[in-house]
Write a protein that binds this ligand. Structure first.
Ligand SMILES: NC(=O)c1ccc[n+]([C@@H]2O[C@H](COP(=O)([O-])OP(=O)(O)OC[C@H]3O[C@@H](n4cnc5c(N)ncnc54)[C@H](OP(=O)(O)O)[C@@H]3O)[C@@H](O)[C@H]2O)c1
Length: 174
């Protein structure tokens, strides 16, 4: 599984209902990283996006057995989400065999132990995420190899940010 995330320096990833920055280039990067893949996301992240993302499966984790979302697949547990993801890859022409851990905070925390790679955008700000702030879990450098891919300076429209790839030193099988 591959986690795709943008987080601030203070690990904040959102305020519970949306993002706290607008990085158009990062959204394009996320699209490229995830196209053709099943996405595992929490119900609040689904709500914040508001629709199924084209060319990908939207697997939404919720404890509400009656929940439905147009174009979404509901999963009650991470095991069920993984089974739906594998099944979607098997039956979808052109699918890529990568399962994306798509957030938010609760779902990153639930799935990180099953993740072998993290495509990380670090935004050089320290926002106050408010009472419902969501965070990306702290990463143990003993477990992850870190590679800085690109550093982007601030300009008038976007804060400085950088792209990093973290790879688990001892891969886990899912
Ligand atoms: N910066 C980024 O890269 C990024 C990426 C994604 C999201 N975000 C942000 O993150 C925030 C949302 O994160 P969040 O932590 O508040 O919510 P979340 O992880 O998106 O969703 C939480 C919901 O998922 C369901 N859930 C959680 N654990 C579960 C489990 N073990 N089994 C079954 N269902 C489970 C529950 O849904 P029910 O309440 O329906 O039971 C829970 O309320 C938003 O601000 C969003 O914009 C940022």
């Amino acid at each position: 599984m591959v986690a795709v995330v943008a987080m601030a320096r203070n690990r904040v990833i959102g305020d519970g209902s949306g993002l706290l920055w607008h990085l158009p280039a990062d959204l394009k990067r996320v699209r490229a990283l995830t196209m053709g893949c099943p996405l595992i996301m929490g119900r609040r992240t689904w709500d914040s996006i508001g629709r199924a993302l084209p060319g990908r499966a939207s697997i939404v984790m919720t404890r509400d057995g009656g929940w439905t979302g147009e174009g979404a697949l509901r999963a009650a547990t991470m095991d069920e989400a993984l089974a739906l993801a594998r099944d979607w890859i098997d039956r979808t022409e052109g699918a890529r065999p990568e399962i994306i851990l798509f957030g938010g905070g609760e779902i990153y925390a639930a799935g990180l132990a099953l993740t072998n790679r993290i495509e990380l955008t670090i935004v050089e700000i320290d926002p106050d995420g408010g009472p419902a702030a969501a965070y990306f879990p702290a990463l143990d450098p003993a477990i992850w190899d870190r590679q800085v891919l690109e550093t982007v300076p601030a300009d008038s429209a976007v804060p400085a940010h950088r792209y990093e790839r973290l790879t688990r030193k001892t891969p886990v099988l899912v």
